[in-house]
Write a protein that binds this ligand. Structure first.
Ligand SMILES: Nc1ncnc2c1ncn2[C@@H]1O[C@H](COP(=O)(O)OP(=O)(O)O)[C@@H](O)[C@H]1O
Ligand SMILES: [Mg+2]
Length: 206
């Protein structure tokens, strides 16, 4: 067992991560820890490697060297969906909403990776399917309430402004009931009011 992963309140530990693409060194020997309840920002100019680092946390990229621990568990080689099921969720620099779907359905879709029900069970309407569906709806309602987007719950996401779409993307990530929320450029392209709102939501996330 590696050293930094032992402490109990360390949610995420990155140990000596390096990443290169065809001879270009993007990350070299990065280490840090994130504790429960902590907010950690990574800053740097364009091309510095911020997105690449976040990709190593969420599983989109696999570092050439080093390890990533989530609550002491080595997740370095775990695929994205398994990390998501553990509670590692992310929003995207370019967003990952379904533009043709409503706000409500986008957020509901964010919960899919948590659902135990498969297609056949849903088809037969077994009792626990119904229960799971009710829980999902309740969680989604909580998120809509938290993000103060009741007014647009039935709006088509593609027809919303940029700042609201960013909020929906946040809602989709929150629908995973994440233990760690990874946000890539959460305020890029927002106006001042949208930035203030986003900052408040980030601070208020539990
Ligand atoms: N999939 C990839 N293939 C090749 N090069 C990549 C890939 N992803 C990122 N890079 C390179 O890694 C460097 C850091 O990019 P990035 O992580 O997007 O930086 P930032 O998010 O800080 O702007 C850039 O030079 C970029 O071209
Ligand atoms: Mg980036």
């Amino acid at each position: 067992m590696d050293s930094v992963s032992k402490s109990n309140d360390v949610a995420l530990a990155v140990e000596n991560i390096s990443l290169s693409f065809g001879g270009i060194q993007v990350l070299s020997d990065i280490s840090f820890e994130l504790r429960e309840g902590e907010i950690l920002s990574i800053i740097g100019p364009n091309g510095a490697g911020k997105t690449s680092l976040l990709n190593c946390l969420s599983g989109f990229y696999s570092p050439n060297q080093g390890k990533v621990f989530f609550k002491g568990k080595n997740i370095t080689r775990l695929p994205i969906h398994k990390r998501a099921a553990l509670g590692v969720a992310r929003t995207f620099q370019g967003m990952q909403v379904y533009p043709g779907m409503t706000v409500l359905d986008n957020i509901l879709a964010g919960r899919h990776v948590l659902m135990k029900t498969n297609f056949l069970q849903a088809f037969f309407h077994w009792p626990w399917v119904h229960k799971e569906e009710i829980i999902n709806r309740l969680e989604v309602e909580k998120i809509i309430d938290f993000l103060e987007i009741e007014g647009i719950r039935d709006s088509i996401v593609g027809e919303l402004g940029y700042g609201l779409r960013k909020l929906v993307d946040l809602g989709r990530a929150l629908a995973l009931s994440p233990r760690i929320l990874i946000m890539d450029e959460p305020m890029a392209g927002m106006n001042m009011e949208e930035k203030e709102d986003m900052a408040r939501f980030i601070l208020d996330i539990e």
